[in-house]
Design a protein around this ligand. Structure first.
Ligand code: GLU
Length: 422
């Protein structure tokens, strides 16, 4: 459950059902795709530095592997629970299908606050979680990646633990068990900024379509972690102006523009936007009413709600986070003519570059950053084109419904050709 008390999986199912409806997905496929294939829960003990053992609960939800291995991040956050991870896992299936990359969908997580642990405790948690998952994950079976609260270092610990649990002859070939690793241990150039880069590519495509000038646009961003900060920096390079930022500590604004690079350094050092000297501190609630062309939620789910949607003055909501808009809020945005660029399209850059990392690991290659960015743009623009096409083919306004339509058609064709075993 989310902190607003609603089921995130119910939101995900509602979105799925609307997409299924518009393309006429047969009922049997609807029932199959309405549930994850596997729900794995592990409880495991970890030695804390005070000498006691703490039992952690971890999850890995494998939603679909029709198009390829299960794929998706692991989230370390106190709010992680079965309902949330099920929703996030299903969104991974649609993301990969929409981008036409050969992956299925999965998500995992551990319900705890990683910032409250010492580094060595955190390492033991990650390694013990990986060990507890055992052969439920695998380099061609289920491939984790970073998500909220986890990072490249967590992935390296997962990879090392997994590699050391396999036979000596396989130790090198299993590197692709996780993506989002550090460059030195087999990560891909461009993976760290990939989600933010993807957000900007999708925005460029949208701007081109609707005749909007991104250079000179004003932007407000909620969440200034990996995704929010990368998005802010890249948009700034393209001439946009960051006018407001909010995170767990509060919100800041400056209509002349906040330097995204300086703010990212500040947040890295101080853990939040609090105290950033070159902007004005505002009430968190007032963040939503700061006038900005682009509103980019890049934090947790269910942030744009019936309670704050009326204050939003943006032209477009850009869902860099997964599931940031509640169903009710989305209806109100539609009525008010504010567009929503949906999460499964806009934030898919992360998993697309994960796919590139996996390919590089398979062939023991290292691509250039230019190659990665070029191929990422190609894949995302193709997906954006298909969303535009299906909107006009089916005469629908919602870009989310359209994105689901493209993804679900792809799954439908494969189900039709493969059939359902036995
Ligand atoms: N956690 C990211 C997401 O939600 C990336 C997943 C991946 O790279 O597998 O899309």
């Amino acid at each position: 459950m989310t902190d607003t008390g609603t089921s995130l999986f119910a939101t995900a199912l509602d979105q799925f059902n609307r997409g299924a409806e518009i393309i006429g997905l047969p009922d049997d496929l609807r029932s199959i795709l309405s549930q994850p294939k596997n729900e794995i829960i592990v409880n495991f003990p970890v030695l804390m530095n005070n000498g006691t053992y703490r039992v952690f609960r971890g999850y890995r939800i494998q939603h679909s592997n029709l198009l390829g291995p299960y794929k998706g991040g692991v989230r370390f956050h106190p709010m992680v629970d079965l309902d949330e991870v099920k929703a996030l896992a299903s969104w991974m299936t649609w993301k990969s299908a929409l981008c036409d990359i050969p992956f299925g969908g999965a998500k995992g997580g551990i319900s705890f606050d990683p910032t409250a642990l010492e580094a060595d405790e955190l390492e033991r948690v990650v390694r013990r979680f990986t060990h507890a998952l055992g052969t439920n994950i695998g380099p061609d079976h289920d491939i984790p990646a970073p998500d909220l609260g986890s990072n490249a270092q967590s992935m390296v610990w997962m990879m090392d633990t997994y590699a050391n649990s396999t036979g000596a002859t396989e130790r090198q070939s299993v590197k692709r068990i996780v993506t989002g690793k550090t460059l030195e241990t087999g990560g891909s150039p461009g993976r760290e900024k990939a989600t933010g880069q993807g957000v900007v590519f999708c925005l460029q495509h949208w701007a081109d379509e609707v005749g909007f000038d991104l250079s000179g646009a004003t932007v407000s961003i909620q969440g200034f972690g990996n995704v929010g900060s990368a998005t802010g920096k890249i948009l700034q390079v393209h001439g946009a102006r960051l006018v407001a930022v909010a995170d767990h500590a509060g919100a800041i604004t400056d209509e002349d523009g906040i330097d995204a690079f300086e703010l990212a350094d500040w947040v890295r050092e101080h853990g939040s936007v609090a105290g950033f000297p070159k902007a004005m501190w505002i009430d968190e609630e007032d963040f939503w009413s700061v006038p900005a062309d682009l509103l980019v939620p890049a934090a947790l789910e269910n942030q744009i709600t019936a309670a704050n949607v009326g204050r939003i003055q943006a032209r477009v909501v850009v869902e860099a986070a997964n599931g940031p808009t509640t169903l009710e809020a989305e209806k109100i945005l539609e009525q008010r003519g504010i567009e929503v660029l949906p999460d499964i399209l806009v934030n898919a850059g992360g998993v697309v570059v994960s796919y590139f990392e996996w390919l590089q690991n398979r062939s023991a290659q290292r691509w250039d950053l230019e190659d990665v960015d070029f191929k990422l743009r190609e894949i995302l623009w193709k997906a954006c084109d298909q969303v535009v096409d299906i909107r006009s083919e089916l005469g629908i306004a919602s870009r989310r419904d359209a994105a689901y339509g493209v993804a679900l058609r792809r799954l439908q064709v494969v189900y039709q050709q493969r059939g359902i075993f036995p």
